[in-house]
Design a protein around this ligand. Structure first.
Ligand SMILES: NC(=O)c1ccc[n+]([C@@H]2O[C@H](COP(=O)([O-])OP(=O)(O)OC[C@H]3O[C@@H](n4cnc5c(N)ncnc54)[C@H](OP(=O)(O)O)[C@@H]3O)[C@@H](O)[C@H]2O)c1
Length: 292
């Protein structure tokens, strides 16, 4: 039986395309109040119109933030807090993969920022709303790409090695998503707020648009054999809404099933250290941070 999401407030980041848009649409179809967090006003407004039209739900709104800017992440969190007094589901979905190394306005490597530090910061800034709305859920879209990665604390921002086409930075950020989820789940024990992450499958989206031409051609040729965005959103929606996982926390899912993530992802010392480094890089430990 489909979950009834009437009265629930859900935030989906990166909601204007691919898996995020399908997730937002699925939540809207279930009757939730859905807040799309998008980088572009124009693309976000187009997605909002489409989602409202397809779901028949007009409780969909848009907040704009470029996650490469911590100032914008803070601003969007403040705007959300001003407009909504509860948060039932936070879906951390937005991510990118970049071929060449870039540094943000905060002086930090772009992939690490958008894929890990931005969701880390946003989650922390909204945590009191989640706790006050418990039972509540944080769902973070990771990737099986995390399995080949390690957290290179000596060169976390790829200054010495920005591996082939940025895949090293991407897979490190996806491992960070898993470590973050597990550490968050430990810190949230007993609060009624769960934290889970997932691999959505290999999905035909725009995520690898900034890759060499031959790779994009290969991905285009492979399209008939890979999942559509709606299929990619299936496990995200499952974790965000299904009654049977309401009390499951600190797990990594594929195809709606909890499965093992990489051995390194279970290293609590690495997770604790990554949390501390992430706090230092975002100065997240303000009044809305975990534990306050
Ligand atoms: N596709 C796959 O095969 C696959 C496999 C494993 C995991 N995943 C994960 O699935 C999630 C969704 O990706 P997708 O495949 O659906 O790709 P996508 O269609 O490219 O969606 C990515 C979303 O993130 C947003 N985003 C990118 N940079 C941003 C920034 N600086 N600030 C704010 N938002 C930003 C994009 O906005 P714009 O449209 O404005 O760029 C877009 O809405 C990601 O976490 C990805 O790592 C995907």
């Amino acid at each position: 039986m489909a979950a009834d999401m009437q009265g629930k407030v859900c935030v989906v980041t990166g909601a204007n395309s691919g898996i995020g848009k399908e997730t937002a649409l699925g939540l809207a179809r279930l009757g939730a109040t859905v807040v799309l967090v998008c980088r572009s006003q124009e693309r976000g407004a187009a997605a909002l119109a489409e989602i409202e039209q397809q779901s028949g739900n007009d409780s969909v709104s848009l907040l704009v933030a470029d996650f490469s800017s911590q100032r914008q992440v803070r601003r969007v969190a403040a705007a959300f807090r001003q407009q909504f007094d509860r948060l039932d589901v936070l879906v951390n979905n937005a991510a990118l993969s970049r071929r060449h190394r870039a540094v943000t306005e905060d002086g930090v490597e772009l992939t690490l920022v958008v894929n890990h530090l931005a969701p880390f910061l946003l989650t922390n800034l909204l945590l009191d709303r989640l706790k006050a709305s418990a039972p509540a859920r944080v769902v973070t879209v990771s990737s099986a790409a995390h399995k080949g990665a390690e957290i290179n604390f000596a060169d976390l921002q790829g200054e010495q090695s920005y591996a082939t086409f940025g895949f090293g930075a991407y897979s490190q950020s996806k491992l960070a998503n898993v470590l973050f989820t597990y550490e968050l789940a430990r810190r949230l024990e007993g609060t009624g707020v769960t934290a889970n992450c997932l691999h959505p499958g290999v999905v035909a989206t725009a995520i690898f648009r900034d890759t060499p031409l031959w790779l994009r051609v290969g991905l285009t040729l492979a399209r008939p054999f890979i999942l559509g965005s709606a299929q990619g959103a299936d496990t995200v929606l499952y974790l965000a809404t299904a009654p049977e996982v309401a009390e499951v926390s600190g797990r990594y899912f594929e195809k709606r099933k909890p499965v093992q993530s990489s051995p390194l992802s279970y290293d609590t010392e690495v997770a604790r250290r990554l949390w501390e480094v992430s706090e230092a890089l975002t100065t997240a430990s303000g009044p809305a941070a975990v534990g306050d």
